[in-house]
Design a protein around this ligand. Structure first.
Ligand code: FES
Ligand SMILES: [Fe+2]
Length: 303
């Protein structure tokens, strides 16, 4: 399976700052990111369009990215501003769409473009990053896991009160709504049981396969888990942030810690089952919910 046309997580916005150049490789794309004079994040192809030096080794000079080898300058549109080809045409670095939202930077890779989803409600949330995990499996194995209700019951000890509702609001979106209750008897299960009064509603939405938002409401209190998948060869890097609604600085700090703790406990249980898993996509169709994940992969043009 290919990797999908989608918005890929790059880094927290604060890591791309000042005159710094942020270099990143995502599958066959090597990119350099920097901020233009208006503080917007720009992503250009890293390989210089002149002789191919790596612009990640260059520097920024009055808003232009300067190649380390012959000091050709590229502006935030990717156009070379101090040299042109013998036929008068500009040298151009390929430019990639970027988006900075709720403190994180994303870049669009692929040829089936869609606008960055409207995540305005996330602006009311405060995020705490969980440790980054690299798993020896594919991005869609992790993606499918979020919709695996059998696994949810036997490993995460969450029963479902009703059949989940699955929808495709757009070709690149897959959403599942569930009502669950806690079956487990670990400390984190008791905390959730207490906080939720045993009523959990969860909505898990995938955008372009690799951007996943889990909204869970425990008795009127909503928290958010963002999961960004970045394929890396035969593995996948998983970036996870737990978010709670901003209320007061002191309380937010503790609420953030508790929610990060609970999500960590939850996700930790996925590491062993998913390690070295090779998803048999052809069997997804036999599961009442995962069959929609199969359909989603078809919608994404991957199957
Ligand atoms: S290789 Fe970049 S300017 Fe020549
Ligand atoms: Fe899981």
């Amino acid at each position: 399976l290919q990797f999908p046309s989608s918005w890929y997580f790059v880094s927290p916005g604060k890591k791309i700052k000042g005159e710094g150049i942020f270099r990143i490789q995502i599958e066959e794309h090597t990119l350099v990111l920097f901020r233009d004079p208006l503080n917007q994040v720009v992503a250009l192809e890293a390989r210089c369009s002149h002789l191919g030096a790596d612009l990640g080794n260059g520097f920024i000079e009055s808003g232009n990215l300067v190649c380390p080898l012959h000091h050709w300058k590229f502006n935030s549109e990717g156009f070379c501003t101090n040299h042109s080809q013998s036929n008068g045409k500009n040298f151009v670095q390929k430019k990639y769409p970027t988006k900075e939202a709720f403190g994180f930077v994303f870049v669009f890779l692929g040829d089936r473009f869609f606008e960055f989803p409207k995540f305005d409600f996330l602006d009311q949330f405060e995020f705490q990053s969980l440790p980054e995990v690299k798993l020896d499996t594919t991005w869609y194995t992790v993606g499918a896991n979020g919709y695996d209700t059998l696994h949810l019951s036997v490993v995460h000890k969450r029963g479902l009160k009703e059949n989940p509702i699955c929808t495709f609001p757009e070709w690149y979106i897959f959403q599942m709504d569930t009502k669950a209750f806690v079956e487990g008897n670990q400390l984190s299960d008791y905390i959730i049981k207490f906080l939720s009064r045993d009523s959990i509603t969860a909505r898990i939405t995938s955008y372009g396969g690799v951007l996943i938002v889990l909204e869970s409401t425990l008795h009127l209190k909503t928290s958010v888990l963002l999961v960004f998948l970045r394929p890396e060869g035969d593995s996948v890097c998983i970036f996870t942030m737990a978010g709670v609604r901003k209320k007061s600085i002191w309380l937010d700090f503790f609420r953030k810690k508790i929610s990060a703790f609970l999500y960590k406990k939850f996700l930790f249980k996925d590491i062993i089952p998913l390690t070295r898993m090779k998803l048999r996509t052809e069997n997804l169709v036999h599961d009442p919910v995962l069959k929609y994940y199969y359909e989603y992969l078809v919608n994404l043009n991957l199957l």
